[in-house]
Design a protein around this ligand. Structure first.
Ligand SMILES: Cc1cc2nc3c(=O)[nH]c(=O)nc-3n(C[C@H](O)[C@H](O)[C@H](O)COP(=O)(O)OP(=O)(O)OC[C@H]3O[C@@H](n4cnc5c(N)ncnc54)[C@H](O)[C@@H]3O)c2cc1C
Length: 446
């Protein structure tokens, strides 16, 4: 497969430019999509990635491109993202593995089926085509244990793609459009002159820019803390596995309250828990506890508390919060955040898979990995400028569903940076919603 880690060779090591119209921090789907739109609009763009393009969340996720189960305010953006994914291969001249095979929210019981009503209401409000499935419908669509699921909701227009192919291919298209790309090159800090952001200080030197976009995934909060800016973002560990080639039991993605599975282009399945995330306590966790009270309560059954993150993680106890521009920063100390899977998870995932999908009972698990999902207190992202810092933009906190929406988030950020009108209502995604006295409106949980 292609899980990208620190041992993956560097693909981009361009000469450091003196300046760019826009500097983008982070080579995940959000940074790359934003940079691609900016480069297509004719701007000079320099993208900095401390490790490897798609090395973190954007290359470790399930590959679901789903509209179903989105927050009301995200839905129109996600519907646009779906259209952008459909045109991606033509746009960048490379197959990203996008297939419209439909995603199913499965329910093991009538009660769980009823709990999906909210999702259906949201879909209906946005004229998103969703099918209600009976027990027999599910049995007809998924070659699983007959009668195991009481029903489900299926969005036939939802899709899947291969993250570790898609994002690197988009980065290649970005390079073809003239952007400079810099892997293994961390941005240590913002360069600020006369109260304006005038560029960035990278580990290789200063780059001036008219605008800077932070798309640093799980590291965004730490980066901002260094400049005294509060961004209440935390991370949870999620474990994923892939099977060897397997019989085709369903061509899209599906999940119930315990297991998610998704057909892969290599003929296997990506499989994962839907009810287990590890949360490592750290200094930011305590500082942001107030903001996360609602989401912590809502997800209390699926979160396992761990006393400390491994050394070097963004919220590990001893990770530096302040550093000088000439010092090695925490971003260089951990090039690729590469968590070990939750102990025992692979075997438990396999067991759940065999219970539900007997046709896969003899299919071996070929690999397992984990990723740190960055989350915000209301489980929707921030896409905005950073108040008090002229020409500083931020797109982060996609809370477990940023891969699918990435191309549209990128288009939005590119429009904002160029001062163009954005057709979507972005009020829900404003930066200061956690500090302006608004109450936290929890979106659908990850
Ligand atoms: C296990 C798992 C399953 C998921 N499943 C899905 C799914 O099926 N569908 C979906 O839509 N979403 C899913 N997600 C969520 C999705 O992957 C993320 O929301 C999305 O990838 C976030 O993209 P990003 O660009 O914001 O962050 P990332 O992909 O994490 O990229 C941020 C990058 O910024 C770099 N960086 C940080 N700080 C600096 C710095 N100072 N200098 C230079 N570079 C820096 C990092 O190295 C990193 O590569 C899943 C996530 C995980 C972990």
């Amino acid at each position: 497969m292609g899980l990208i880690s620190e041992v993956t060779p560097i693909s981009y090591n361009d000469d450091l430019p003196e300046r760019a119209d826009v500097v983008v921090i982070g080579g995940g789907v959000i940074g790359v999509s934003s940079a691609l739109c900016l480069a297509e609009a004719g701007l000079t763009v320099a993208l900095f990635e401390k490790g490897r393009v798609a090395g973190e969340q954007s290359g470790r996720n399930w590959g679901w491109i789903r509209q179903l189960g989105r927050d009301d305010a995200e839905m129109p953006i996600m519907m646009e993202a779906n259209r952008l994914w459909q045109g991606m291969a033509g746009r960048i001249g490379a197959d990203v593995g996008f297939r419209t095979e439909g995603i199913i929210y499965l329910a093991e019981s009538e009660a769980a089926y009823a709990a999906h009503e909210d999702l259906l209401d949201t879909a209906n409000r946005h004229q998103l085509m969703v099918e209600r499935l009976s027990r027999a419908d599910v049995d007809g669509l998924i070659q699983g244990r007959p009668g195991f699921w009481a029903g489900g909701l299926r969005c036939p227009g939802d899709g899947r793609a291969e993250p570790w192919i898609a994002v690197p291919m988009m980065a290649r298209a970005l390079k073809d459009r003239g952007a400079s790309l810099h892997e293994n090159c961390a941005v240590r800090a913002l360069d600020i002159s006369a109260g304006r952001v005038s560029g960035v200080v990278t580990e290789r030197g200063l780059v001036k820019a008219d605008a800077v976009l932070i798309a640093g995934g799980a590291w965004t909060s730490l980066f901002l803390q260094h400049h005294g800016i509060l961004f209440p973002q935390l991370s949870v560990r999620a474990t994923v596995a892939r099977t060897a080639r397997a019989p085709n039991v369903y061509g899209g993605g599906a999940a119930d309250s315990a297991l998610a599975f998704r057909r892969r282009e290599d003929g296997g399945y990506t499989v994962a828990f839907t009810d287990h995330f590890d949360f490592f306590l750290g200094r930011s966790a305590f500082r942001s506890a107030f903001y996360f009270a609602k989401s912590a309560w809502a997800s209390r059954r699926s979160i396992a508390l761990r006393p400390a993150a491994p050394a070097g993680y963004p919220d590990a106890w001893f990770t530096q919060r302040r550093w000088g521009e000439d010092d090695i920063s925490p971003f260089e100390r951990m090039r690729v955040l590469h968590p070990t899977p939750t102990p025992g998870a692979t075997e438990r995932i396999r067991k759940r898979m065999s219970e539900r999908l007997p046709a896969l009972a003899d299919t071996p698990i070929a690999e397992s990995w984990a990723g740190m999902i960055d989350i915000l207190p209301d489980t929707v992202p921030t896409m905005d400028s950073v108040p008090g810092f002229d020409r500083l933009w931020l797109a982060s906190g996609f809370s477990g569903h940023g891969f699918g929406i990435g191309p549209a988030a990128g288009r939005i950020m590119a429009d904002l940076i160029q001062g163009r009108t954005v057709e979507h209502d972005l009020t829900r995604f404003r930066f200061d919603r956690f500090t302006d006295g608004s109450s936290i409106q929890l979106g659908p949980l990850i």
